[in-house]
Design a protein around this ligand. Structure first.
Ligand SMILES: *Cc1c(COP(=O)(O)O)cnc(C)c1O
Length: 427
């Protein structure tokens, strides 16, 4: 498609957009009385209007039923998490028994490492990406210390080549071959939080399995953003937060995937709690732990229902729309944003460098852009003019045009504001 940098053209794309009606289902902050252009759905998704009713329902049940709400609420609390299995499994390409919701992301990755990182004298190394999300780096280091090992010898990072912004698949595979039989675990962010690079999870998972290693994925930036087929790819485990693309609210609950092939292996170690115990016998208060055969068997505590409620509202929205439609719009919207950036770049002296891969199979809903020659004042200008973006020092801007609620006209409008911001400053 040949794009045009005009409001009219952007509006035509919005008219053809089958998801356009969902925009009005979200609550946008306002700046100067005007709805913002929101590019930070990769950090905290907007609130869907239908969410409040889900939370109110729990509050009302608590008020009206108190402890009886566990069993007699319309949506009983004691097995509230099971409502996620069907819709959430469609979002991540799993079987319903392979997904559950609990805790928060880093906590879940720790718990999954308890199960899937069991170093021995000969097989103990972890492969991850260079400059992984800081929480993941702290997690790796602390897990390695916990096992009495030395992070320097244990954590193997896949590096970017000199002068390149992204990690090459061939380098990931070469590193796996190099570590070989010493490899215990591969754990990488499926979509890099900084560059937006999407990894070939199927190929990397296969490569790790060749050496008998477990392969897991941190899907913080992938869940609700890209097409996942966790079951078919034979991923051992994965976890994601729900507050980024999945619009569940600040700091909210995490989703987990544990492949079916591990469900009946009760010899796998895990940190157990009563909510992972045999559902029928949970309240018999038995001394011997008998895990639920499925991802639910990794549950620990009774459920934080008030935080699951907004997540459920959102997961049902995703299931209603389906990832395929979101992805179709995502690709067109991202391409249009890239075009708008190129158009603005022609009119200003500063130089833009998109560090996200240009290959559409290696990127999703994010463009990370170096604005050479620009600084923090431009960011402040954008914020003051109703463009909510994410600025990383020295001058990288991360833009996530989320297909659920961003419009093509937003992209056009953003281009106008960006150009003004740069030209005004140099006057
Ligand atoms: C956002 C993000 C996290 C956040 O972890 P929490 O435990 O939810 O604070 C972890 N890993 C990655 C890759 C992220 O992008």
């Amino acid at each position: 498609m040949t794009f045009q940098n005009t409001r009219e053209f952007a509006r035509q794309l919005d008219e053809k957009d089958v998801l356009a009606k969902y925009r009005s289902e979200f609550i946008f902050p306002k700046v100067n009385g005007k709805q913002v252009i929101y590019f930070t759905g990769n950090s905290l998704g907007l609130q869907p209007k239908r969410t409040k009713a889900y939370v109110d329902e729990i509050m009302d049940d608590w008020g009206n039923l108190a402890v009886e709400g566990h069993f007699y609420a319309d949506k009983p609390w004691w097995d509230y998490h099971e409502r996620f299995a069907a819709p959430l499994s469609t979002v991540v390409g799993a079987k319903p028994s392979e997904v559950t919701v609990m805790n928060t992301l880093t906590v879940n990755l720790h718990l999954l490492m308890v199960t899937f990182y069991r170093p021995t004298a000969k097989k103990y190394k972890i492969i991850c990406e260079e400059k992984a999300f800081p929480s993941d780096q702290y997690m790796f280091q602390s897990q390695v210390h916990f096992h009495g090992l030395d992070p320097k010898d244990t954590i193997v990072e896949i590096k970017r080549r000199e002068g390149e912004h992204n990690i090459r698949l061939e380098d990931v595979l070469a590193k796996i071959d190099e570590v070989g039989d010493e490899l215990a675990l591969v754990l990488i962010g499926g979509v890099n939080y900084y560059t937006g690079q999407v990894f070939d999870m199927k190929t990397i998972t296969e490569a790790g399995h060749k050496y008998g290693a477990y392969v897991g994925w941190d899907l913080a930036h992938a869940a609700g953003n890209i097409k996942l087929q966790l079951h078919d790819w034979n991923v051992d485990f994965a976890a994601w937060c729900s507050y980024k693309y999945m619009n569940s609210g600040p700091g909210n609950a995490s989703g987990c995937f544990i492949h079916e092939m591990h469900h009946n292996d009760t010899s796998l170690p895990r940190f157990a709690g009563w909510w992972g115990h045999n559902k029928e016998r949970r309240f018999k208060m038995e001394p011997q732990f008998d895990p639920v055969r499925g991802a639910d068997g990794w549950q620990i505590s009774n459920l934080p229902v008030l935080s699951l409620a907004p997540y459920l509202a959102s997961v049902e929205m995703f299931a209603e729309v389906g990832m395929d439609k979101l992805i179709e719009k995502r690709d067109l919207l991202t391409a249009y944003l890239e075009f708008i950036l190129q158009e603005v770049d022609k009119e200003v002296e500063s130089e833009f460098e998109v560090i996200t891969p240009s290959d559409p199979t290696q990127r999703a809903c994010q463009l990370s852009v170096f604005l050479h020659g620009e600084g923090r004042t431009l960011f402040d200008y954008l914020m003051k003019n109703g463009v909510i973006t994410d600025w990383r020092e020295p001058n990288v801007i991360r833009l996530a045009p989320v297909p659920f609620y961003c419009s093509f006209e937003d992209m056009y409008e953003f281009g106008q504001i960006l150009r003004e911001g740069i030209l005004n400053k140099s006057k």
